[in-house]
Design a protein around this ligand. Structure first.
Ligand SMILES: O=C(O)CCC(=O)C(=O)O
Ligand SMILES: [Fe+2]
Length: 352
């Protein structure tokens, strides 16, 4: 265990490092060159990488064998019922916010050390998923994000429609590929990722042609921007198509961070509790010493990070509900195995 470990009480509340995010570090040129090489390679028809780069997303069917996916999903769902509330997956009358651990407005769980529960690490450290990203980037020396989980009950409506991209216009080209491990089936009525197909290819043009460079709300260094109706229409008018991704338990959905997307909540008459783990991986060589240090601190203090594995290592620790409910759990209930070398390497704690 690292000496830098402190208790949650000793941690300052981390402010969103929006303004100070430089979008640049000494690895920047290496990142751009590596990602560009990967994106511009000629892939055969049928190779999922071809679809990922052409359409901005791809579904890897059966990435995790069904039985294993079921185990992962049960482990994730059990996290929510481990808080001693009345929540019961078999009793719809208990599916209400007061029975969930604190969650964000987009139905994700990142407080209470949830991103560091063993069940979440079991998914991140699943070889089936790591192998996909190793093939993508051409290296098995990867870092993973300490992302949130998403468990959404049918009828939830608070997230609504929130099309966005997770990359700043100040970053050139491909720089991050996001992963969503689907641990429940996602049919038409069920929750799921909605993408705007091919919007990744229009990202640069959109900013150059459509967004005034003085508009600092959009032209900003935060790796997130949301779109209004008119901006979304521009993408649709330029040939993008809205696609709600239907997939099965055990599928892995990948998308370019430039691709416009949002998570759709299950319809009220869906029979499925949407169960998802976000897990993104990038080459370990893309992180600077400072970022590795931040990652180690986040790891030993059970903090979440953003979707970005090698940069943007920050978390928002403020309580997310107006109720002012705060951390009740200072450590994961079930911790991951910190003697697992492979796990420590993707966490950025042990070097390759
Ligand atoms: O819930 C989803 O599927 C989308 C979440 C999202 O926007 C993301 O992971 O970047
Ligand atoms: Fe997103």
């Amino acid at each position: 265990m690292s000496d830098s470990r402190t208790t949650i009480e000793e941690q300052p509340v981390l402010k969103l490092r929006v303004q100070e995010n430089p979008c640049w570090n000494e690895k920047y040129d290496e990142i751009v060159a590596h990602a560009n090489r990967v994106e511009s390679q000629q892939y055969e028809d049928g190779d999922w990488r071809k679809k990922l780069f052409e359409d901005g997303y791809v579904v890897i069917k059966g990435a995790i064998p069904k039985e294993q996916a079921q185990k992962h999903g049960d482990g994730i769902r059990d996290i929510l019922t481990s808080f001693g509330t009345k929540l019961d997956y078999n009793d719809k009358s208990t599916w209400k916010e007061e029975n969930y651990p604190d969650q964000s407005h987009i139905n994700t769980y990142m407080l209470h050390c949830i991103p560091h529960e063993k069940a979440v690490w079991d998914v991140r450290n699943d070889k089936n998923i790591k192998d996909v990203f190793a093939k993508l980037w051409g290296t098995d020396e990867l870092l993973v994000s300490f992302d949130a989980i998403n468990v959404t009950f049918p009828g939830s409506t608070k997230a609504g429609f929130w099309p966005h991209a997770d990359q700043s216009p100040y970053r050139e080209g491909l720089q991050c590929v996001q992963g969503l491990v689907s641990l429940s089936d996602a049919g038409p009525k069920d929750g799921g990722l909605v993408v705007y197909k091919k919007s990744n290819t229009l990202f640069k043009k959109f900013f150059e042609e459509k967004v005034d460079k003085n508009d600092t709300e959009k032209w900003r260094k935060l790796d997130y921007f949301s779109l209004n109706d008119e901006e979304l229409k521009w993408f649709l008018d330029n040939g993008c198509e809205e696609v709600k991704i239907d997939c099965e338990n055990g599928d892995l959905v990948l998308w370019d961070s430039r691709t416009i997307h949002f998570g759709r909540e299950p319809d009220a008459d869906s029979q499925t509790v949407r169960t998802v783990v976000y897990a993104c991986y990038t080459p370990a060589a893309w992180a600077t010493e400072k970022e590795l240090k931040d990652k180690q601190e986040a790891f030993w203090n059970y903090r979440n990070t953003t979707h970005w594995p090698h940069v943007n290592i920050w978390s928002d620790y403020a309580p997310l509900k107006p109720s002012g409910r705060v951390e009740v759990r200072k450590e994961p209930l079930n911790k991951c195995d910190t003697t697992d070398e492979g796990l420590l390497k993707i966490a950025g704690v042990k070097s390759y």
